[in-house]
Ligand binder design. Structure first.
Ligand SMILES: [Zn+2]
Ligand SMILES: [Zn+2]
Length: 143
């Protein structure tokens, strides 16, 4: 069941999903806009695109919340970031540098590539910026 490959969401929209996930899966438009550093009207537009894509749903008077697909996507985004920053740290970058460079690169990295990098690193459990979660697509022998 592979429903996304990582190219669906451009960096800005992916960042929004990450912000909502960081708020525990739901938040108001105002709070999300502040966190993203955009105006509420810009946030409203981005959120309605995410809602159209099925990643979030509107909750009346309370803002938005991640759908189950949105949650899976947000978990993938975290995994992509951490696998990438770990890989970059193997090239001699400090944890801070690896984390920063990963943020610049990650929106161009497909799920397939993340899985290949993860496998080539031996499915590590820990990155330079947090634990790495694996799924059955990445680690069929482990799950
Ligand atoms: Zn990081
Ligand atoms: Zn893995």
């Amino acid at each position: 069941m592979e429903e996304f490959d990582g190219s669906e969401l451009p960096a800005r929209r992916a960042e929004f999903l990450g912000i909502i996930a960081g708020m525990g899966g739901e938040g108001t438009t105002g709070a999300i806009a502040r966190e993203a550093g955009v105006t509420p009207s810009t946030a409203t537009k981005t959120l309605s695109v995410l809602a159209d894509g099925g990643y979030i749903e509107q909750i009346p008077y309370r803002g938005v919340r991640l759908t189950p697909m949105g949650e899976r996507y947000a978990r993938f985004l975290v995994r992509r970031h951490r696998v990438l920053s770990l890989a970059l740290s193997r090239f001699g970058l400090s944890p801070e540098e690896a984390c920063r460079e990963a943020k610049n690169l990650e929106s161009h990295v497909s799920r397939e590539l993340v899985d290949r990098i993860c496998a080539s690193l031996g499915h590590p459990m820990q990155s330079v910026c947090g634990p790495i979660e694996h799924d059955c697509l990445c680690c069929p022998l482990r799950s």
